[in-house]
Design a protein around this ligand. Structure first.
Ligand SMILES: O=P(O)(O)OP(=O)(O)OP(=O)(O)OC[C@H]1O[C@@H](n2cnc3c(O)ncnc32)[C@H](O)[C@@H]1O
Ligand SMILES: [Mg+2]
Length: 202
């Protein structure tokens, strides 16, 4: 099978892509390691889908390789779906995980635990140079805790407790997270599509 390049500027995501895909017996490389000048793609879309397509199609065309990219984020019901597509830049353009968490916790101050539901969403896009992207989606439902707990993972992991667990993703660690995460679900579906594609194309 040809090499697929994972295109993301987020170190936490790269690690998860590699761990999940190696468990599914797919070899990938990081696009950042393959090219010397991986410049960020501007995320001008209003939806996860638009931004995932933008990233996958732009990187594939620019670097002439098959690309996997995702656009993901946290949707909090009590905040009408915020931070949503703006998850990385919720508290400002410098993409600061700690400031983003503080903003969510402040907005949810006083909100009871049974009103703190939310979900991580991941829209995965695969594109070959010049072609339209193929999309899959994964979700992980849970609640937003009142304080940070745990140190693993990245982004909002310290304040997200998945349904069925008593700890946050940052406490549960990579092994558990990568079994149940939004990214895992989206990749499972994508791997199925890609293996069908290989059969059809020979
Ligand atoms: O666009 P790329 O280069 O992939 O890197 P990014 O960090 O900007 O990625 P996104 O635009 O998809 O923004 C996603 C943000 O949503 C949050 N997020 C997404 N998946 C997450 C996860 O598994 N755990 C915690 N936070 C997550 C986190 O704040 C990310 O920065
Ligand atoms: Mg981004």
């Amino acid at each position: 099978m040809k090499t697929i390049y994972v295109a993301t500027t987020n170190k936490g995501k790269i690690k998860e892509f590699e761990q999940i895909l190696s468990a599914l017996s797919i070899k990938v490389e990081s696009l950042q390691d393959h090219v010397s000048n991986m410049e960020d793609v501007e995320e001008t879309g209003d939806t996860f889908e638009e931004n995932a397509i933008l990233k996958a199609e732009t990187y594939a065309k620019r670097h002439q390789v098959p690309v996997l990219a995702d656009d993901s984020g946290l949707e909090v019901n009590a905040l009408d779906g915020e931070p949503g597509v703006y998850s990385a830049r919720y508290a400002g353009e410098d993409k600061n995980d700690q400031a983003n968490i503080d903003k969510v916790l402040n907005k949810l101050k006083g909100v009871e635990i049974d009103q703190r539901q939310g979900a991580f969403v991941c829209v995965m896009a695969y594109a070959e140079p010049g072609d339209k992207a193929v999309l899959t989606e994964g979700k992980c439902h849970g609640v937003i805790t009142e304080t940070r707990q745990g140190h693993d993972g990245f982004g909002y992991d310290p304040i997200f407790q998945p349904n069925g667990y008593e700890q946050t993703l940052a406490e549960l660690g990579a092994q558990v997270k990568n079994e149940i995460s939004h990214r895992r679900h989206a990749l499972n579906e994508m791997v199925q599509i890609l293996s069908e594609k290989v059969k059809v194309e020979g």
